[in-house]
Design a protein around this ligand. Structure first.
Ligand code: ZN
Length: 214
């Protein structure tokens, strides 16, 4: 049975979510909250709302990128009218800037990598590396996808979309460490943004630096 990732800071434990109809969790959908710079919609998604947004996780836009568990991973979440989440968990990340880049704290990237690593290890695909989602392609690994892959939307915005390869690379580092016997407590301090970058290979760091205009 799927469980909340160990980096979940607070569980709202709402009654939202629907049956997975026996499906396993084999992927993660990334959304952004698009609530403007420096605000978050975590409370909004815990309660009834007009976007029908009840993701598995909401990530705050504070420096630590606090992770709030909203829908138990054992249930299918829904995010901004996209309901095809029977075989996936979903998260909505709060933004620190608005259009056009919709940035998130660097710590959010690390939190997403931890969430992906946790659910990939729990999944029936744990023997395979985590992959970037490729719609229409049969994949062996747990996948990380984003809203704009399946709907005509800017979600989750250029900043997060550009960082998905780095998130997947970092998630595989965490997955390999845990499957190699490391404890989650030893990974957890990596939540700071500098740890996210420091954990990447030189080539991955160069790619991220390029994305950031450095
Ligand atoms: Zn979305």
């Amino acid at each position: 049975m799927p469980t909340f990732a160990p980096n979940t800071d607070r569980i709202a434990n709402t009654s939202w979510g629907s049956s997975r109809q026996g499906a396993s969790v084999v992927g993660l959908w990334i959304h952004h909250q698009a609530d403007g710079a420096g605000a978050d919609a975590n409370d909004y998604m815990v309660g009834p709302n007009d976007r029908d947004s009840h993701p598995t996780y909401a990530i705050d836009d504070n420096e630590a990128a606090t992770v709030v568990g909203i829908v138990h991973p054992d249930k299918a979440p829904s995010s901004t009218f996209y309901a095809n989440d029977q075989n996936a968990v979903a998260l909505e990340a709060a933004n620190t800037t608005g259009e056009p880049n919709w940035e998130v704290p660097v710590a959010t990237l690390e939190q997403i990598a931890l969430i992906a690593a946790h659910h990939s290890i729990e999944s029936p695909r744990s023997a395979h590396p985590i992959e970037v989602n490729k719609p229409g392609v049969a994949q062996k690994g747990f996948w990380v996808g984003w809203h704009a892959q399946v709907r005509s939307t800017a979600c989750p915005g250029p900043f997060l979309i550009a960082h998905i390869p780095a998130i997947v690379a970092r998630a595989n580092q965490i997955k390999d460490a845990i499957q190699g016997g490391a404890s989650w407590a030893s990974i957890r301090p990596g939540v700071q943004g500098g740890e996210f970058l420091g954990a990447l290979t030189d080539a991955e760091q160069r790619r991220v630096a390029h994305l950031w205009g450095a």
